[in-house]
Design a binder for this molecule. Structure first.
Ligand SMILES: Nc1nc2c(ncn2[C@@H]2O[C@H](COP(=O)(O)OP(=O)(O)OP(=O)(O)O)[C@@H](O)[C@H]2O)c(=O)[nH]1
Ligand SMILES: [Mg+2]
Ligand SMILES: [Zn+2]
Length: 308
């Protein structure tokens, strides 16, 4: 019996990292199932597994999955009630954004952060391509950074082209398992290639993506870092995770809104137009950023429309 960690899963085959950097192709034998979880995949990237090593074939058979600290799910398809585990045992999630080329909307960032909060996984924001920024873009970056840092999210400005900002990021990722997410074209694969030059991942021009209308790579994959730790690449995974949220708990995942909500007159205040709402007051007085409040309202309305 050997122990290892899943670094890639392509449906029926799994790559398991074990020992001193040995990678073994594994399969799952028979009706292996994860307990208490209705997922389409029994094993995911980041999972610690036990497997039997077949020395003659050089392959393995996974026999058990160790308990997960956490995991991120996505719906197998829009209509399906079944979920798929994207990754397990994650220390931090990193959202890579860009102010331009392409522009990442604030609401997209906030949806990511809300999901991370719901999973209780610390979230960081990487702001890439600063070499392309003029004065207006720089100001925009500063505005967003000030806002997110104050709420409690670490931000990492970065230019891969100019090799700037990488040390801080390496320090933060060192000896940890990090999940990297972000829209197509922001520079995720480029970053991984710099963090681990042995990877040689495909990178592309933004125009290419628009022409093809699809992503280059599709399976989540965990890469070991030369400075210690792992980074999980999630190419082609739109959005990040799903959580079933009740309408009246969405604001719990906006830390600064949640803090102030204790002062609302009604315990069941949704911070819309209730009398004595401390959140609305804080928005008006500039204590809560209107951008964040708008994201909150939009997510709330989305959840409402699900039940119509
Ligand atoms: N100017 C500039 N361009 C960058 C920077 N980082 C990445 N790029 C370019 O941005 C483009 C997209 O980079 P990728 O690394 O392929 O982006 P990705 O996030 O992996 O995209 P998907 O795989 O589609 O999700 C490439 O042409 C990169 O060369 C940067 O810091 N500055
Ligand atoms: Mg990529
Ligand atoms: Zn309120």
């Amino acid at each position: 019996m050997e122990r290892g960690i899943i670094i890639k899963s392509t449906g029926s085959r799994y790559r398991v990292l074990h020992g001193e950097g040995i990678v073994t192709e594994c399969i799952i034998k028979g009706k292996f199932r994860t307990k208490d979880l209705k997922t389409t995949n029994p094993v995911a990237v980041g999972d610690n597994v036990e497997f039997e090593f077949d020395t003659t074939a050089g392959t393995g058979i996974i026999t058990d999955v160790l308990d997960r600290r956490n995991y991120i799910l996505r719906k197998s398809s829009n209509l399906s009630k079944q979920s798929q585990i994207i990754a397990a045992n994650i220390d931090s999630v990193f959202l890579m954004i860009t102010i331009i080329m392409p522009e990442t909307p604030v609401e997209f960032i906030d949806r990511f952060l809300v999901t991370a909060e719901a999973y209780r996984i610390p979230a960081c924001i990487i702001i890439n391509k600063t070499d392309l920024y003029g004065k207006a873009e720089f100001n925009r970056m500063k505005e967003l950074m000030d806002m997110y840092v104050e709420i409690g999210y670490e931000c990492f400005p970065l230019s891969l082209k100019e090799n700037a900002g990488l040390d801080a990021l390496r320090q933060r990722m060192k000896n940890k398992t990090s999940l990297l997410s972000g829209n197509s074209g922001v520079g995720k694969s480029s970053l991984l290639n710099i963090l681990n030059p042995a990877l040689k991942l495909k990178t592309g021009d933004i125009s290419e993506y628009h022409k093809q209308g699809k992503h280059i790579t599709t399976f989540p994959e965990m890469h070991s870092m030369p400075f210690g730790g792992y980074v999980i690449d999630t190419p082609g995974i739109r959005g990040f995770g799903v959580v079933d949220m009740e309408r009246n708990e969405i604001y719990h995942f906006f830390p600064e809104i949640f803090r102030i909500s204790h002062n609302c007159r009604f315990y069941n205040c949704l911070h819309l137009d209730e009398p004595g709402c401390a959140v609305r007051k804080a928005v008006e007085e500039g204590e809560i950023n209107p951008l964040r409040y708008r994201s909150y309202i939009n997510i709330l309305e989305d959840e409402n429309s699900k039940y119509r």
